[in-house]
Design a protein around this ligand. Structure first.
Ligand SMILES: *Cc1c(COP(=O)(O)O)cnc(C)c1O
Length: 239
């Protein structure tokens, strides 16, 4: 069986899950963008997914993102960078990504803004918030491996993005700590999104929900779900 026929029913199933969560929440399915997270999978899988109607793709490593963008050369696709960005690589990320979901500090905002300007592009920005304050599993440094800004810093960071000429403040994103119930995590994210949109009325996007918890995220207002395993299958374990 080729990859397209293998993935077709999975894409359909994910779309049904989104639609039924939307129905429960009184939302329309077209309010939710399905991002296929193609990290570790070949560019040919991206092509197969475009044939199934997907246009939004998520990657978490710069070299892999760049390879796929260059191999496909399809201006109709939107590339979402969902991994942590090193400040010194920000310029290169802004050359190829359309949107970055993991923006969590001012220096990174400034590097992305400069990079986007240099490449004559506009970049969508999601501010990644840390929900580590809701769990017991905070690391000793206070900075979790997942990244993310503490909620208290959210509006300050948003102001820096909003001032930039080359960045668009899209909204908010989180990667919930594994020991935090998705209900609790996404309810908190929704509350923080409310704070953000009070000051930045167009920053309404909420990037939340993965293969295992997309229904909960959609019920709490997610506008962008990031789905890997449920569409592409299990990723090879990388060391
Ligand atoms: C890998 C990844 C996903 C996709 O996770 P699945 O559980 O495979 O759907 C979503 N978001 C981020 C930030 C990721 O790194």
């Amino acid at each position: 069986m080729n990859r397209r026929s293998e993935m077709a029913p999975r894409v359909e199933r994910v779309r049904e899950r989104i639609a039924s969560a939307c129905a429960q929440a009184g939302r329309e399915p077209d309010e939710v963008t399905l991002i296929a997270v193609t990290k570790t999978f070949p560019a040919s899988d991206v092509v197969a997914l475009t044939e199934l109607g997907i246009r939004d793709f998520g990657e978490n490593r710069l070299p892999e993102l760049r390879d796929k963008v260059e191999a496909l050369a399809r201006p109709d696709l939107r590339w979402h960078f969902i991994g942590q960005v090193q400040t010194k690589k920000a310029g290169q990320v802004s050359a190829v990504a359309d949107t970055v979901h993991s923006v969590d500090r001012e220096r990174l905002v400034q590097s992305l803004a400069r990079g986007a300007q240099r490449h004559g592009r506009r970049l969508g920005v999601f501010l990644q918030v840390s929900l580590d304050h809701l769990t017991a599993s905070t690391s000793p440094t206070g900075i979790g491996p997942r990244g993310g800004i503490e909620p208290a810093g959210l509006l300050g960071l948003a102001a820096v993005v909003a001032e930039s000429q080359s960045l668009d403040l899209s909204g908010i994103m989180c990667l919930p700590p594994p020991d935090l119930a998705p209900e609790v995590a996404f309810a908190e994210l929704s509350r923080l999104s409310g704070q953000l949109t009070r000051e930045h009325p167009t920053a309404t996007a909420i990037s939340a929900g993965m293969s295992g918890d997309l229904e909960v995220a959609v019920r709490h207002g997610a506008t962008h779900v990031r789905i890997g395993t449920a569409i592409l299958g299990a990723r090879p374990v990388v060391g």
